[in-house]
Design a protein around this ligand. Structure first.
Ligand code: GRF
Length: 188
């Protein structure tokens, strides 16, 4: 299965997926990384992993739809079957969903449907939940919605900070995302 990864930041999930592939836990190939922030660390990871990286800076597009159209062009040029959002901080439009119906996955750092959106970890801490976690789901138009494929829970500890909780969650992300992709690929 040919994967296209969309990422905006550090890219630790990209790396975890690449590692699962190289260890034979995931039968797929990452054909291309698309990133939107010129300085994102994910670019350096892609270079090290030998993954072609394409910068599509959203600031240069008039609308979300125009960015998505450019994304589709790159994905199709690389014959991508499945789109993997790994810390992609742009809101998706119907344009991308129509081009890849039920073929876009996302990972979110909460136990959805709790705490969708960009402040999930802060909100979980502020709310005082005792269990946090992460979710892999199929992308639908509404942000952080769509059918759930995998979840993992972690405890929230009394002295947690956003960063300590995030680190605990990310360990689980790196474990469930490759697994969820592998299972989903079997159904394609
Ligand atoms: C992850 O925590 C993911 O849940 C969220 O963005 C973060 C991306 O991390 N959507 P990384 O760039 O893969 O390290």
């Amino acid at each position: 299965v040919s994967l296209g990864v969309l990422a905006s930041g550090s890219g630790s999930n990209l790396e975890a997926i690449a590692q699962a592939i190289s260890e034979g836990r995931l039968n797929a190939k990452i054909e291309v990384l698309i990133y939107n922030n010129p300085d994102a660390y994910v670019r350096q990871r892609a270079e090290r992993l030998g993954i072609p990286a394409v910068l599509l800076n959203h600031r240069h597009y008039k609308s979300r739809e125009a960015l998505d159209a450019a994304i589709i062009e790159v994905l199709q040029a690389h014959h991508v079957d499945l789109v993997i959002m790994a810390g992609w901080m742009r809101v998706v439009t119907q344009v991308l969903i129509d081009a890849f119906p039920d073929r876009i996955l996302n990972i979110h750092p909460s136990l959805l449907p709790s705490f969708p959106g960009i402040h999930a970890i802060d909100q979980a801490l502020n709310y005082g939940v005792k269990i946090a976690g992460c979710t892999v789901h199929i992308v639908s138009l509404e942000v952080d919605c769509g059918p759930i494929l995998q979840q993992a829970a972690v405890p929230v500890l009394p002295d947690d900070t956003p960063s300590s909780l995030q680190q605990r969650i990310q360990v689980q992300e790196h474990s469930i995302y490759p697994k969820a992709i592998a299972e989903y690929c079997q159904k394609l």
